[in-house]
Design a protein around this ligand. Sequence first.
Ligand SMILES: Cc1cc2nc3c(=O)[nH]c(=O)nc-3n(C[C@H](O)[C@H](O)[C@H](O)COP(=O)(O)OP(=O)(O)OC[C@H]3O[C@@H](n4cnc5c(N)ncnc54)[C@H](O)[C@@H]3O)c2cc1C
Length: 391
Amino acid sequence: MPTQTADYLILGGGLYGAAIAYNLARHGAQNVVMLERKELCAGGTAKSCAIVRTHYSITANLVHAVESLKIFADFDEQVGGDVGWQRTGYLIVGPEAHRQPMEAVFRAQNAHGIDTAVLTPAEAREIHPLLSFHDVGVIGYDSFTGYADPHLTTTAYARRARDLGVTIRTHTPATGLRLGHRTHTVHTPAGDFQAAHVILAAGPWTNALAAAAGLEFPYETSRHKVITLKIARAYEPHWPIVKDLTTPDKIYFRPETGGVVLVGTGDHGDPIADADTLTDHVDMAHVERIDRLITNRMPAFVEAECTAGWTGPYDITPDWNPLLGPVPGVAGLFVAVGFSGHGFKLAPTLSDALAQTILGQTPALSIAAYAADRFARGQLLRGAYGIGSIS
Ligand SMILES: Cc1cc2nc3c(=O)[nH]c(=O)nc-3n(C[C@H](O)[C@H](O)[C@H](O)COP(=O)(O)OP(=O)(O)OC[C@H]3O[C@@H](n4cnc5c(N)ncnc54)[C@H](O)[C@@H]3O)c2cc1C
């Protein structure tokens, strides 16, 4: 088979691959090819709860979250397409010890145009009547947060990328990567591809590809469970997303289609060696544990039924923050990995800034904080709530 060429070759057709492809083309890149081993959105993105909040204590995360949220909320105008955006607002509850960091985040959010407020339990119950705050020290709220549909978002980016001339090859796995001086070669069952710029965006599978070129990025993969719960009354679609920092699992929950509540965790999950071993099985012990935590926060859930459950992979870096940018020491190789369970909300601007970096342009928003060599330099990103996806 003849070798095919590309100027920009993206490996992985999840949210990041699709959004990087779109942004490369938007900024003028020609001959962009994206390879996806299965269908579009076949990895972690498909399992995402797709919450788009701006509550971050690390400035780079906050800035990207705020600017990305603006794109989610106005996606059709700014990118094109429907991502199923639902604005709900966000209630975050924590122990008294979290009051200071939480209030610091609120001030930073306000400075970026996000309204925030510390609420009394009575005020919070006006916007979410099922919640109990008996063990809570501080309650915060913003009205901007929402969620989108992860499939719609990925396919909207991919469709717009195609409109701008990007070639998308599904069912075309990259099976090997050979680094060269001027161009890199990617092996696939459909023949080799040669490109001056290769972007590794294969989610938890990125290291399997990198290994072929003798590289390894610092992230671990873990399995995260999501369940949906139902009670006799409908869980209202306008109730805010809730983050419960009083729980060891840092659970969060949001309305889901069909009058149910969707519950996920922001903790370490179960470490796994290979994301391909994931099944959607959620054990009863997990369901019972989440039931207890949810009933503590919403006593009406004491008789809840679990209506669905699934699992998805987090690619977790040592500081729970993305690894994004040029791969040090390898000209023309770039990486977008390690989104540590909170990459959905950041994708619009992180993908844009990476595309501009690849093209040698100055990104509108810096991604220097996410440089791949920060771990070797000891410059880890530390959030006010410690390690976890809310940093
Ligand atoms: C359960 C769960 C809940 C989450 N909830 C939230 C949330 O509420 N808010 C938030 O901001 N973030 C959330 N996230 C995180 C967010 O969804 C991810 O960070 C983001 O979707 C990662 O996208 P990605 O494109 O990097 O990876 P992926 O979606 O995993 O995409 C990688 C793609 O690469 C493909 N691929 C793999 N190997 C190859 C190969 N050799 N050749 C070609 N293609 C290949 C895969 O098939 C896949 O399609 C959640 C994640 C999970 C798992």
